[in-house]
Design a protein around this ligand. Structure first.
Ligand SMILES: NC(=O)c1ccc[n+]([C@@H]2O[C@H](COP(=O)([O-])OP(=O)(O)OC[C@H]3O[C@@H](n4cnc5c(N)ncnc54)[C@H](O)[C@@H]3O)[C@@H](O)[C@H]2O)c1
Length: 250
């Protein structure tokens, strides 16, 4: 049987790169999308079965040009992982419209554009969409007016996709990662924030990129063939708990 093909956006590093590597280990081909050309080139070098595609997912013209190139290169698309994201945290008063748009255009517009553009290919293969939101889309926190709102939008967008695309055999699910030590997270997490997360997370630690990738790849596999419209927090239990966990532990 021919290999399946996944598109992974934001594949040059972090969760996207770990997801690419896991798909390859499971025998898939991967179209690696990123807008950071040098990082993408370095990441894709030596990854057999993967091809890099330089594309900004927030740009409708680039998306429209890239998806047919991927389709031609691999002869079909079985899964789309909308992972590209930006974290730009700030208070409401300091979130000017340009900052708001910068977050929305990648985190929310990008998911919409990539999903809509790959739909004919996904329908043809009865494929799967996995959107990467965040625990910040499930719970409000300070400084996340744009980021948290964009991720809550991704959660709802996933449910809209599942509702409408199920009849074509296309599944759509959403993953909400807890904190993972990637470049994105470390740019906004001080040691104090890291300690506070450890306190609030029942498993008492950050997740790894591979732990997020495992759930993404599962959701794209035939083992998840009856799973759609779901929002899965891969967060060490963070979302399930309330106040007082450190005190109760002690
Ligand atoms: N790391 C965490 O703690 C964490 C927690 C919750 C959710 N997430 C989400 O997981 C996803 C991956 O995060 P990460 O931590 O691996 O980030 P990262 O910054 O390490 O990697 C993100 C990649 O996306 C690319 N990218 C950004 N905007 C893009 C665009 N418009 N077009 C194409 N590529 C673009 C970047 O160049 C980068 O290579 C993001 O959606 C993020 O919001 C991360």
């Amino acid at each position: 049987m021919d290999s399946k093909t996944a598109i992974v956006t934001g594949a040059a590093r972090g969760i996207g790169l770990a997801t690419t590597q896991l798909f390859l280990r499971e025998g898939w081909n991967v179209a690696m999308i990123d807008r950071d050309a040098p990082a993408l080139e370095t990441a894709a070098a030596g990854l057999e079965g993967a091809q890099p595609f330089l594309c900004d997912v927030s740009d409708p013209e680039q998306v429209a040009a890239t998806v047919p190139r991927i389709d031609a290169a691999f002869g079909g698309i079985n899964a789309l992982i909308n992972n590209a994201g930006v974290a730009d945290f700030g208070p409401i008063a300091e979130t000017d419209f340009a900052r708001w748009r910068r977050v929305m255009e990648t985190n929310l517009d990008g998911v919409f554009l990539m999903s809509q553009t790959t739909l004919p290919q996904l329908r043809a293969r009865k494929g799967a969409i996995v959107n990467i939101a965040s625990i910040s889309g499930l719970r409000a926190s300070t400084l996340r007016v744009a980021y948290g709102t964009s991720k809550a939008g991704v959660i709802q967008l996933t449910k809209q996709q599942a509702a409408e695309l199920g009849e074509f055999g296309v599944r759509a699910n959403c993953i909400c990662p807890g904190p993972v030590r990637t470049k994105l997270a470390m740019a906004v997490h001080s040691q104090e924030i890291i300690d506070a997360y450890h306190d609030a997370i029942p498993l008492n630690r950050y997740g790894s990129e591979t732990e997020i990738a495992e759930v993404i790849v599962f959701l794209c596999s035939d083992r998840a063939s009856y799973v759609t419209g779901q929002v899965i927090a891969v967060d060490g239990g963070f979302e399930s708990t309330g106040v007082g966990l450190p005190a109760l532990r002690a």
